[in-house]
Every structure is written in structure tokens, then in C-alpha cells.
Design a protein around this ligand. Structure first.
Ligand SMILES: Nc1ncnc2c1ncn2[C@@H]1O[C@H](COP(=O)(O)OP(=O)(O)O)[C@@H](O)[C@H]1O
Ligand SMILES: [Mg+2]
Length: 313
């Protein structure tokens, strides 16, 4: 028995411990884990060695939604992500932290094959979603991106009405049979995104006319409308004021009852507030992953400690 499993059972960050205990059922948590006694996923030496180092993650999650093995990403000759091995659990939030340029966005984009859209980008390794290799040539990438919703740093509503923004995905994926069904889906998506009350009287107004925080919730509603399994968020609050940020954080807390969420954040306070697990990346490597509580109070790796104590980054 090791570190992460035992700690995971204690639930997320100190500030959220009470909520976390009512979160993921304990029976879903792992028993015996193949984690090194130190809990380290990387020795400092292997980091210094470069890409030939050992595995960069653990597999402490039972029935993961995503299972990533030795995932590397190259932009031309530059390797931006180095042999990342990590599992992502269901109905919990994983936050990805680390200095700018360490590969957080690159990692996120692997999970829905967004890197495919970048010329010269190449992904190696294996990423299983519910056990299926997402890089298999038979994968329907459009369908995959519906299953793996993504929310970006800057809210990016389409230049369409609020209603049409949310209805867009269901329409292109033929998810509803009638206008009444579509109305219902738009309603539930806006409600789940915590936006319904604010927009119910102006569904035909342009989405771009909403405030920044509302636009970000509209983008989340648009993602929810295609019934994803996982929601990826790349610094979703970095363009928002503190009140809008608090709204999004509350929303993340609710959404994790239904979805796996992976959030990139440069705010360690935010990672501590919203996530149950935290992954620390450094120069393209996954240095450490574990329960947020543990990573912030007792990091196993010197690089993590330096970052969270502000000595680096
Ligand atoms: N489209 C791209 N083309 C070439 N290099 C890129 C591209 N996107 C990211 N990189 C490089 O990959 C590395 C990781 O970047 P990124 O994943 O954006 O880091 P982070 O999100 O942690 O700031 C950086 O060195 C960055 O310059
Ligand atoms: Mg980034």
C-alpha cells in the first residue's frame, strides 16, 4: 500500500476536504497500488538525464477514463512532452500545474487530438479512452472531440445567438430528433453551466454580448450539450475577474459529480480549491502526480517543492 491511494482516500485539498468526502465514492479508490514507497514518479537523476528517464507517472486510479502511457509530443524536432504516463480518474478534477512552457497545454491537447491540427506536431505513446486507443486510425475524431469537451483560456463563443451556440454541437452531431428535444437540451446545458437564469429571457441575443464570465459559462454549456465524458479546461479563468472565477470554480465543483475534468491552471490556489489530484510538469516531463492535498503539503519531488514554494517558475 502506498502513498497516493491512502492519501486519495482522505480526499482533495484542505479547504475542500469536507466536500471531497462526499465526492468520489471510496469504493472507487484503489487498494494496492504499484507506487514506489517514496511516492516519487521520477528520480531527480532521471530528470537530469532527459528523455531516456523512467516512467513519469503512476497508475493509481481504478477504472480510469484516460490511460496515458509514454506519451511524447514533438513539434518538428522539438520534444515538448516527454514520456508522460498518467491515468485520469472519473468524476474528479485533475489539475495540471508547472512553469510556463512545460507542456501543460500540449498534454491537454493530446487528450482530444487537438495536436493533430498543428502542422509538424507528432504524438507517440498510447492514450486509451475507456480502453480504446484514441490515436487508432479508425477513431472518429469529430466524435472524439465531442466526447472530450474543451474550454479555452479566452471564452470563444461563436458569433451566433446564445441558443445557437449551445445548439450547435447537438445539431452537427444529430443528437436530438425534434425542436422540443433541442430546446430541452439547450435548457439543461445552460442550467448545468449555471447560466440559465441569467440568459433565459435573451436566448436569441448574441453570445458575444455576454460578460467574460458568462461567455465562459456559455462555452461550458456548449461543451455540455454534446454530452461529453471529459472536460478539458486550459486556464479557463485567466481572463476572468475574481467573481467570475469563483463562479467557474463553483461550477467545476458541481460538474465533477458527473464528469472527469482536467484543468490547467497557473494558480496554485485554484488547483488547491478545485482539484482532487494534481500533476506537476517540468520541461515536458510529468514530475509528480498525487492527491492535491499531499502534493501541496508534502511534495515528493524537489522540483515540485521549489515551484509551489515560489522558488521557481
Ligand atoms: N504549435 C507549436 N509549435 C511549436 N512549438 C510549440 C507549439 N505549441 C507549444 N510549443 C512549445 O512546446 C512547449 C510546451 O508548450 P505548452 O504546451 O504551450 O506549455 P504550457 O501550456 O505549459 O505553457 C514550449 O516550449 C512551446 O514553445
Ligand atoms: Mg498553456
Amino acid at each position: 500500500m502506498s502513498g497516493e491511494g491512502a492519501e486519495a482516500a482522505q480526499g482533495g485539498s484542505p479547504s475542500k476536504r469536507a466536500e471531497s468526502l462526499s465526492g468520489p465514492p471510496l469504493r472507487d479508490l484503489p487498494g494496492e497500488l504499484g507506487v514506489k514507497p517514496s511516492g516519487r514518479v521520477h528520480s531527480p537523476e532521471s530528470l537530469a538525464e532527459g528523455p531516456s528517464g523512467g516512467p513519469s507517472g503512476d497508475a493509481p486510479v481504478t477504472d480510469p477514463v484516460f490511460s496515458c502511457q509514454d506519451v511524447s509530443v514533438f513539434y518538428g524536432a522539438i520534444q515538448a512532452l516527454k514520456e508522460v504516463t498518467i491515468d485520469i480518474g472519473r468524476r474528479q478534477v485533475l489539475s495540471c500545474i508547472g512553469p510556463s512552457g512545460c507542456g501543460k497545454s500540449t498534454f491537454l491537447r493530446c487528450l482530444n487530438r487537438m495536436n493533430d491540427t498543428i502542422p509538424g506536431a507528432r504524438v507517440t505513446g498510447r492514450i486509451g479512452l475507456d480502453g480504446q486507443d484514441i490515436y487508432d486510425r479508425h477513431t472518429d475524431v469529430a466524435r472524439l472531440r465531442a466526447r472530450i469537451g474543451m474550454v479555452f483560456q479566452r471564452p470563444n463563443p461563436f458569433p451566433k445567438s446564445i441558443y445557437d451556440n449551445v445548439a450547435y454541437g447537438p445539431r452537427i452531431h444529430n443528437l436530438t430528433r425534434s425542436r422540443a428535444d433541442l430546446d430541452e437540451l439547450v435548457f439543461t446545458s445552460l442550467q448545468r453551466a449555471g447560466l440559465w437564469r441569467e440568459v433565459k429571457d435573451r436566448l436569441s441575443a448574441p453570445g458575444t454580448g455576454l460578460s467574460g464570465g458568462q461567455q465562459q459559462r456559455l462555452c461550458i454549456a456548449r461543451t455540455l450539450a454534446v454530452e461529453p465524458e471529459v472536460i478539458l479546461m486550459d486556464e479557463p479563468c485567466s481572463a476572468l475577474d475574481p467573481i467570475a472565477t469563483a463562479h467557474i470554480e463553483d461550477l467545476i465543483e458541481q460538474l465533477r459529480n458527473s464528469y472527469a475534468i482536467v484543468i490547467v491552471t497557473h494558480s496554485m490556489q485554484q488547483a488547491a480549491r478545485v482539484s482532487q489530484r494534481t500533476a506537476y510538469f517540468h520541461l515536458g516531463r510529468l514530475v509528480e502526480v498525487g492527491p492535491t492535498d499531499r502534493v501541496f503539503t508534502n511534495p515528493k519531488h524537489r522540483l515540485t517543492e521549489d515551484y509551489i514554494t515560489g522558488r521557481f517558475g
